[in-house]
Design a protein around this ligand. Structure first.
Ligand code: SAM
Ligand code: SF4
Length: 325
């Protein structure tokens, strides 16, 4: 069991399969990224083995992420490997959607349970201001293909930045209501490569909720423990939206998440300043029990929560794309 010193048990594992990406979102990637060396990236067998060890220790859900996971070749093969792990209840994917149109059907056949797509704006100019490249049309095509393949209703992640896309929240919500896709608006966290984060760029969850409900009245749904997102049901019954208030209403007290980076670093918090190397022991022939022991020790040392906004807050040693969101 992966139990920490604050009464929390790890049930959800995020596996980053690559730090590479076809977009360069300003809130995530540096403009000129330096990629992890290829020799340090774990192959699917290695990632799958570490995931299986975590599942044997009580993890029940794996979310495949990155970087952009669909840049990694034959991702459906990795999904199939995860689905074969006894005891694993769900395999999900977070993607920017630009390559989803070509891969959705294969991922579905491999057994992928759920897909979350990220989209910060429906306006090509705003999208480009955030992603530094075009991509709206491809992401929308990807969502259509995912639904056609049987994924759905889709959740759509949207990072909100003051003065960039915050005037478009009502339009995004309207689009979500019309298409049956549920927006999840995310507060901008200080994890980006180019260190542009400031309070003035953050739109607090309360402002996000006000902006959406001014146009579409909605009621907060009582939350489930461990949920990162607070859900609001539209008063007219036409769906819901969510808000992830990682900065202003940290959900650390219920956190049941752990992370494995593409180069085999085990991280117990998105904001951990560093992680535990599992690649070295794995490649040196460590047993499953030894790897489980390293995971148990790391989780046992997990802190109570992040400290964004406090003087003692220090950024992690790498940007979001190299951690795995
Ligand atoms: N490339 C995929 C994507 O964009 O969906 C998966 C990886 S991305 C790191 C995972 C999620 O983290 C995305 O929804 C993205 O918007 C979000 N994200 C990245 N950087 C963030 C930040 N600084 N604050 C809040 N959310 C962030
Ligand atoms: Fe790429 Fe996702 Fe980061 Fe955007 S948020 S740069 S799509 S990894």
């Amino acid at each position: 069991m992966l139990r920490d010193g604050h009464g929390r048990i790890a049930r959800k594992l995020r596996v980053s399969v690559t730090d590479r990406c076809d977009l360069r979102c300003v809130y995530c990637m540096p403009e000129r990224p330096v990629w992890l060396p290829r020799a340090e990236i774990l192959d699917y067998e290695e990632l799958g083995r570490l995931a299986a060890v975590a599942v044997a220790e009580g993890v029940r859900q794996v979310r495949v992420t990155g970087g952009e996971p669909l840049l990694r070749k034959d991702l459906d093969r990795f999904v199939g490997m995860l689905k074969a792990v006894p005891g694993l209840e769900e395999v999900a994917l977070t993607t920017n959607g630009t390559r989803l149109a070509d891969q959705a059907a294969a991922l579905r056949s491999a057994g992928l349970d759920r897909v979350t797509v990220s989209l910060d704006s429906l306006e090509p100019e705003t999208f480009k201001a955030m992603a530094r490249v075009d991509g709206v049309a491809d992401a929308l095509r990807g969502m259509d293909a995912a639904e056609a393949a049987g994924f759905g209703p889709l959740k759509v992640n949207c990072v909100v930045m003051r003065g960039v896309n915050d005037a478009q929240l009502g339009d995004l919500a309207e689009w979500g209501r019309r298409t049956g896709r549920s927006l999840r608006f995310i507060e901008f966290m200080p994890l980006e490569g180019d260190k542009i984060w400031s309070r003035s760029l953050l739109v607090p969850a309360a402002d996000i909720v006000n902006a959406v409900t001014a146009r579409f009245p909605a009621v907060e749904r009582p939350g489930a423990a461990g949920a990162t997102s607070v859900t609001y049901d539209y008063a007219d019954g036409r769906g819901s939206f969510g808000v992830i208030a990682s900065v202003t209403r940290a959900f650390c007290a219920d956190c049941d998440r752990i992370r494995l980076t593409a180069d085999g670093t085990f991280r117990t918090c998105l904001f951990a300043e560093s992680g535990t190397d599992l690649r070295g022991p794995l490649r040196a022939g460590a047993s499953d029990e030894a790897l489980a022991g390293l995971m148990r020790s790391a989780v046992a040392a997990k802190g109570p929560g992040h400290l964004i906004g406090l003087p003692s807050f220090h950024r992690p040693d790498r940007a979001m794309n190299a951690i795995g969101g």
